[in-house]
Write a protein that binds this ligand. Structure first.
Ligand SMILES: Cc1ncc(COP(=O)(O)O)c(C=O)c1O
Length: 395
């Protein structure tokens, strides 16, 4: 007879079921199993979970724009005018007006000739990196680079070399060792590292890149709009899903590079275009971000208030890690904070290196100073010991 655990009704589990269950048991034993929790996000950084209202410090909606009435109105208007979906790949059905306007605005914001919007930031990195580099090329990736930078590098078939996190000496050494054996070289780094909140030394990397005829891609997923001016790379990619409160990814670059990606990035060519609503939301959010610079500076100021309160190194971005060590301990601290009304999710391997599970505290312009102070007090009262900052990710 069939049951939810054995839908086929056949005696004994299939090898697929056994594989999945055995893995789940192992993940559970090491506190690494993930669970989806029904959660309702609302304005003012509030998240309702387990029947309780929590102040969320886990969201990348750094400016609270996903809940902004002006952004919501733009989405409603675009949906009424253009419908809910793009219909097909953009090379088939074309670019609907909010997408074309968004690309123009993104390029102007970054000061590049052109921009190309992808289905997500993850898809953008897969397509850009594998569209630019191939088996005869070299890709150098920061050791703490996001999963999608590594995935794009591996997909390309290029020689992939890791350099120690933010370590210019190591990067230079790797370039000296490998560059001459490859046709092109591409350096992949981030403006703000997603799990550590520290910043890449972009200007110095650009100098090294120039000296070794290497191209640089900066992933600006967590920097856009919230950390002030920085040196610009020839390949600036990012996401529409964080400070812009929407969904989608982008590349800002020269006209030639954008045109090449339009024909060559497989995660652009062979996938459906972004819905009008997502493009309209990002466009409205970008306009607000540009028009209200004081508001855009707020998440970093709040993060610095928090690090000062707890005696942590001064925040370099709206992301503050509290490094705990073991996954179980990080989960326990997160649960204790939830008891006190705060959503601060524990980040565990393989998202971060083994032994460096942490609380990742993300600040938003929607938080109040009082909320930030109260969270700092709750963390202090619970007691915590931080590990030193990380240099390497075990992969
Ligand atoms: C550094 C970095 N790059 C890229 C991405 C992927 O962006 P998206 O969420 O739009 O796929 C993320 C998102 O988690 C990220 O943190």
């Amino acid at each position: 007879m069939s049951s939810p655990d054995n839908p086929s009704g056949r005696a004994g589990a299939s090898s697929l079921e056994t594989f999945a269950r055995d893995h789940l048991v192992r993940l559970g034993e090491t506190s690494l199993r993930r669970h989806l929790i029904p959660t309702v996000r609302g304005p003012h950084s509030v998240a309702a979970r387990h029947g309780r209202s929590l102040v969320s410090f886990s969201c990348n909606d750094y400016l609270g724009l996903s809940q902004d009435p002006r952004v919501i109105a733009a989405v409603q208007a675009a949906t009424a005018l253009y419908g809910t979906g793009a219909g097909a790949s953009r090379l088939v059905t074309g670019s609907h007006p909010p997408l074309a306007a968004l690309e123009e605005r993104l390029a102007a914001h970054k000061g590049t000739e052109a921009a190309l919007v992808f289905g997500s930031g993850y898809l953008a990195n897969l397509g850009i990196v594998s569209g630019l580099a191939g088996p005869r090329d070299l890709i150098l990736v920061d050791a703490l680079g996001h999963s999608c930078l590594w995935a794009g590098a591996r997909l390309s078939g290029a020689k992939v070399v890791r350099f120690a996190h933010n370590d210019l000496g190591d990067l230079e050494g790797q370039l000296a060792k490998y560059r001459s054996r490859h046709q092109h070289a591409l350096i992949l780094t981030e403006r703000v590292f997603s799990m550590d909140g520290d910043r890449g030394p972009i200007a110095d990397i650009l100098c090294l890149a120039e000296a070794h005829d290497a191209w640089t891609l900066v992933d600006d997923a967590h920097g856009l709009g919230v950390i002030g001016k920085d040196a610009r790379a020839p390949l600036e990619m990012g996401t529409l899903s964080k400070a812009l409160g929407s969904y989608g990814g982008y590349l800002c670059a020269s006209r030639a590079v954008v045109d090449l990606m339009t024909s060559r990035a497989r995660s652009f060519v062979y996938t459906t275009g972004l819905p009008p609503a997502s493009a309209a939301a990002a466009l409205a959010a970008l306009e607000i971000m540009e028009a209200e610079p004081d508001f855009a500076a707020r998440p970093l100021a709040l993060a610095r208030r928090f690090t000062a309160r707890l005696g942590l190194p001064e925040a370099q971005s709206p992301i503050v890690p509290i490094l705990i060590g073991e996954a179980e301990a990080a989960l326990a601290l997160s649960a204790a904070l939830e008891e006190r009304g705060y959503l601060v999710v524990a980040i565990r391997p393989p998202t971060v290196p083994a032994g460096t599970a942490r609380l990742r505290v993300a600040f938003s312009a929607a938080h109040t100073e009082a909320q930030v102070d109260a969270l700092a007090e709750a963390v202090r009262a619970l007691g915590f010991e931080t590990l030193p900052p990380q240099r390497e990710r075990v992969r």
